[in-house]
Design a protein around this ligand. Structure first.
Ligand SMILES: Nc1ncnc2c1ncn2[C@@H]1O[C@H](COP(=O)(O)OP(=O)(O)OP(=O)(O)O)[C@@H](O)[C@H]1O
Ligand SMILES: O=P(O)(O)O[C@@H]1[C@H](O)[C@H](O)[C@@H](OP(=O)(O)O)[C@H](OP(=O)(O)O)[C@H]1O
Length: 290
């Protein structure tokens, strides 16, 4: 009944006998409560979200539905453990392309220990968090039934610089990656995934509007998950979605906007917007040449 989610692209994985999330065939995602208060913090956030009447309905939809907690057999053989029962955001999608983007120029929260701050700061500097305000934590881009997916290993993703991030965001919406790493990504799906009405850019802009006014929460080390139907994208039915996950380090906003997350969001919107603008220019050139 429970299995390791094929669509998982980052975080703690359950395979190899380690502790990680599981999914069932009913569209539910079981995330083990992490140690050191992280699990309790995430459960408290979901409970707060459920009772917070200030959150607009279209913003609430960006968060997984929370079905409480349940004791199930943990993936690491440690026996029955408490898990958060969440909506499996990618359930039912055939060959989804998925990207996890960890938000913020810093992933550590102010009240953290010096040791934890140093751990996060090292990663934030090594990756693009400090320089860009976000970093890609993992991704997989569907190519075809033969080529399957482009899914760079964690070590490669962790070493991304700004140019690599730009290229990964272009590859994420391309169909020709199986032609080899030197092929210029065709960004064939940039329009249907990023820019068309209701696409990722529109969803990011709506999220930005909320972050410009919400002062209840500061979302440290939280991820934006973007995904679409890789197999249907060719027919223009990509159904791109943006969701927020990983609330193990959400803290009270104390009436101040979350400028750390908001700054990363503005930067991500710029990166994706530039890809769309470039794609539009190429399309116009092709039309003129035709
Ligand atoms: N509700 C969900 N539905 C589907 N997939 C999800 C869901 N929540 C998380 N995932 C998948 O699991 C991955 C890890 O999720 P999450 O960040 O919550 O785990 P984590 O172990 O806390 O990560 P980290 O190591 O960054 O703290 C995400 O990148 C995504 O692929
Ligand atoms: O991004 P990576 O390289 O996978 O590293 C993990 C990531 O930084 C997580 O945010 C962190 O969980 P916390 O921030 O909640 O500590 C986890 O620590 P952990 O392994 O001690 O859980 C790291 O392993």
């Amino acid at each position: 009944m429970f299995k390791v989610p094929d669509h998982q692209v980052a975080g703690h994985r359950a395979d190899g006998g380690t502790l990680g999330p599981l999914v069932d065939d009913l569209g539910r995602f079981y995330k083990p409560l992490q140690s050191d208060q992280r699990g309790d913090t995430e459960v408290a956030f979901y409970n707060s979200l459920c009772s917070n009447t200030e959150i607009p309905s279209d913003i609430r939809e960006l968060f997984p539905v929370f079905h409480g907690t349940q004791i199930i057999e943990a993936s690491d053989g440690s026996g029955p453990q408490p898990h958060m029962v969440l909506e499996d955001l990618v359930a039912g999608r055939v060959n989804p392309s998925v990207m996890d983007i960890k938000m913020g120029s810093r992933t550590w929260y102010p009240e953290a220990s010096e040791k934890y701050i140093q751990k996060c700061l090292e990663k934030d500097r090594k990756g693009t968090s400090v320089s860009l305000g976000f970093r890609i934590s993992g991704l997989k881009a569907y190519q075809s039934s033969k080529a399957a997916f482009w899914q760079p290993v964690k070590k490669v993703v962790d070493s991304f610089n700004a140019d690599d991030v730009r290229l990964a965001l272009r590859k994420f919406v391309s169909s020709n990656l199986s032609l080899g790493s030197n092929a210029d990504p065709d960004c064939l799906y940039a329009s249907t995934v990023y820019s068309h009405g209701g696409g990722i850019l529109a969803q990011l802009s709506r999220l930005k509007q909320w972050f410009e006014v919400q002062t209840n929460y500061h979302f440290y080390s939280c991820s934006i998950l973007i995904f679409y139907d890789g197999e249907s994208a060719l027919d223009g039915c990509a159904d791109p979605k943006l969701k927020l996950v990983d609330f193990a380090h959400v803290v009270d906003g104390h009436g101040v906007i979350d400028h750390n997350f908001l700054g990363g969001l503005c930067s991500l919107i710029k990166f994706i917007g530039d890809i769309v603008d470039e794609d539009n220019k190429c399309t116009k050139c092709e039309v003129k040449l035709a």
